[in-house]
Design a protein around this ligand. Structure first.
Ligand code: M6R
Length: 612
């Protein structure tokens, strides 16, 4: 949530900052702003997207070699010009851009008000920038870095911040606690950003700041220290990301590009982990802890949104094949509800971004109780990846569309491999069955490709239902999480109200919604639930609901009952989610396009939810 950027070097900062903000726009897009240091501090802010800021500053003097920028997802104070970042301190000595939430801002503000500070906005960030100014103005301080550290020692909350001081024109100060911040190292220049996306076209050498780090950055110098002034050693990481990975190429939207990348991203995710010659699965990141996992008394999987859906699917797979009890929890509930964590429990955090505040807090809490914590993250070096004891990266590549697609199938791929490996290691399945599951997984990319080639049919069906007000998604077993995911995709990008339900639950309430205007999307496979799903469909048809069925090629019974079908290739039920979810992603995408919605940046959402 919110993206921050910074630049110091010999180039004009403005173009680098604005491009950086465009790359980070997926993190928030309520308003944007930049500040440039060029003898004086100049700040430009605008409600709306980064291109509105760009238009606004087109005729302004933006020259200068040092600057910071911000794209906002509003927390404190409505989206508007005044609440946009960067914020300026009362006497104009500091500007600051902030990602995160200062939790004790109200009491800090009260204190500052008593000291005579005056505020222009309702934001927590304005409190922080004034607190820095307060310390700076104390006679014995008058040093920006010290003022920042003293202010941060009073702050409770999460922040990634970049700061310019009017009287110190040769440096940017940055700090991190909870919200991500990356420093890119160039030749006589440094870049700052909330993730590596804005940095990758200039350098692949980066430093991921750790919580509690304060960075003092000149164009030829970089010092890291703690808030308490102790020196911090840093590690330079080489990032493996190219510009092509973060541009949308010939596709109309990032989401469509990401849907179409899935044959490759699923393959990238299992490549090197499935060993076809040895007929085995090796999850390198878990090798050291695997004996402990095999002995686990219980596995708890936590996540939010789409990642939670992947977790739910993993519960079905692990319990069925490995026979280990699994609990799946929303991280936002788990972190506060005082769960019982026993020795021998294994916690798995699933997160695309690796930055989701609730998931991060949940694992920190579980860690304190001594559990083994594993991470399944997409972003290398992310906070969750670093906070966990061991883990597996999903290798989906950068996902920019706010609606998660390729990250979901990559998560499901990793969790399926994990379940199959665990089942084999625990002696619950034999080699023949294990090999069959492996082969089913190896076939998935080609089958996904087959579905993608049928996208024109999905588009036609979307045309028919684009004006519906509600939609119901039904699935059972492994396909219940797929129904939930399909409904989430539709509502988040098309703003059509959609509910996902376990098909068997329909008659306990949602059936009341069924009439001849309601599309009911039924996800089924020829699994143990098949006949039951057919009965559920009869119940909907009896009430004149419209059935859109995701069917396999030989599934004639269901095909004949449905008003419309999305056909997917046959597969073993254990991997069917990876196929059946694809038409649902495309269906949501086309409906949203036809409803003229903002596909990649749906209203009120942000890609990475770094506030609770
Ligand atoms: O980065 P994470 O996987 O932790 O994010 C979790 C959710 O915020 C995310 O899946 C969200 O629900 C997506 N917008 C779904 O498309």
């Amino acid at each position: 949530m919110c993206g921050i950027v910074g630049y110091i070097g010999d180039k004009n900062a403005y173009p680098i900052l604005i491009k950086g903000l465009q790359r980070l726009e997926y993190r928030g897009y309520d308003s944007a702003g930049i500040a440039i240091h060029n003898s004086s501090l100049k700040t430009f802010k605008k409600k709306g997207k980064v291109n509105e800021l760009e238009t606004f500053v087109a005729d302004k003097d933006t020259r200068g070699y040092i600057g910071i920028g911000h794209t906002r997802w509003a927390t404190h104070g409505e989206p508007g010009n005044a609440n946009a970042h960067p914020h300026t301190s009362m006497n104009g000595n500091f500007v600051l851009a902030h990602n995160g939430i200062i939790e004790n801002y109200a009491e800090l503000k009260e204190d500052l008000l008593k000291k005579g500070f005056v505020f222009q906005t309702e934001t927590d960030t304005e409190v922080l920038v004034n607190l820095i100014e307060y310390f700076y103005n104390l006679n014995e301080v008058n040093n920006a870095e010290l003022a920042v550290r003293l202010a941060l020692s009073k702050v409770v909350g999460a922040y990634g911040i970049v700061i310019l001081c009017k009287n110190e024109k040769d440096r940017i100060i940055a700090a991190k606690m909870g919200s991500p911040l990356v420093i890119g190292i160039g030749q006589g220049e440094y870049f700052l950003a909330s993730d590596a996306g804005p940095i990758v076209e200039y350098t692949n050498s980066v430093i991921y700041l750790n919580d509690g780090n304060v960075a003092i950055i000149g164009k030829n110098s970089l010092t890291l220290k703690t808030i308490g002034n102790a020196p911090v050693n840093f590690k330079i990481t080489k990032i493996d990301l190219s510009i092509g990975d973060i541009e949308k190429g010939d596709f109309d939207h990032y989401m469509l590009k990401e849907i179409f990348e899935q044959p490759k991203t699923i393959q990238d995710t299992y490549r090197g982990r499935i060993k076809p010659e040895q007929k085995d699965i090796v999850l390198g990141g878990l090798l050291d802890v695997f004996p402990k996992i095999v002995q686990a008394k219980r596995i708890i999987i936590i996540g939010c949104g789409t990642s939670w859906h992947a977790a739910l699917l993993a519960e079905y797979l692990i319990e069925e094949y490995a026979r280990v009890p699994v609990e799946v929890e929303y991280a936002s509930e788990f972190r506060y509800r005082k769960p019982i964590i026993n020795p021998g429990d294994v916690i798995i955090a699933v997160s695309q971004s690796g930055e989701t505040a609730d998931t991060l807090a949940a694992i920190k809490m579980a860690k304190k109780q001594g559990a083994l914590i594993l991470g399944i993250c997409n972003i290398v070096g992310s906070s969750i990846a670093r906070e966990t004891d061991a883990g597996v990266y999903t290798h989906a590549g950068t996902e920019i569309g706010v609606a998660s697609t390729k990250a979901f199938t990559a998560q499901v791929t990793v969790l399926s491999l994990f379940a199959f490996k665990l089942a084999k290691a625990r002696g619950q399945i034999d080699q023949e069955f294990y090999e069959m599951l492996i082969n089913e997984m190896l076939d998935i990319p080609d089958k996904v490709q087959t579905i993608l080639l049928r996208n024109s049919n999905i588009k036609k069906v979307a045309e028919k239902y684009k004006d519906a007000v509600n939609a119901l998604y039904l699935g059972r077993g492994y396909l219940f999480p797929v129904a939930l995911e399909g409904a989430l995709k539709l509502k988040e990008i098309s703003y059509m109200h959609a509910e996902g339900y376990a098909a068997g639950e329909m008659k306990h309430g949602p059936i009341a919604l069924v009439d001849d205007n309601l599309p009911v999307i039924v996800v089924s496979a020829k699994d143990g639930y098949y006949e039951k799903v057919l009965n559920n469909i009869q119940e909907v048809k009896a009430r004149k609901g419209n059935i859109i069925a995701v069917v396999t090629e030989s599934n004639n019974k269901l095909r004949n009952m449905a008003d419309d079908i999305f056909e997917v290739p046959e597969s073993h039920p254990a991997v069917a989610a990876l196929l059946t979810v694809i038409p649902l992603q495309l269906f949501a995408y086309y409906i949203a396009v036809m409803r003229e919605c903002n596909i990649d940046q749906p209203r009120n959402l942000a890609k990475s939810v770094t506030v609770e």
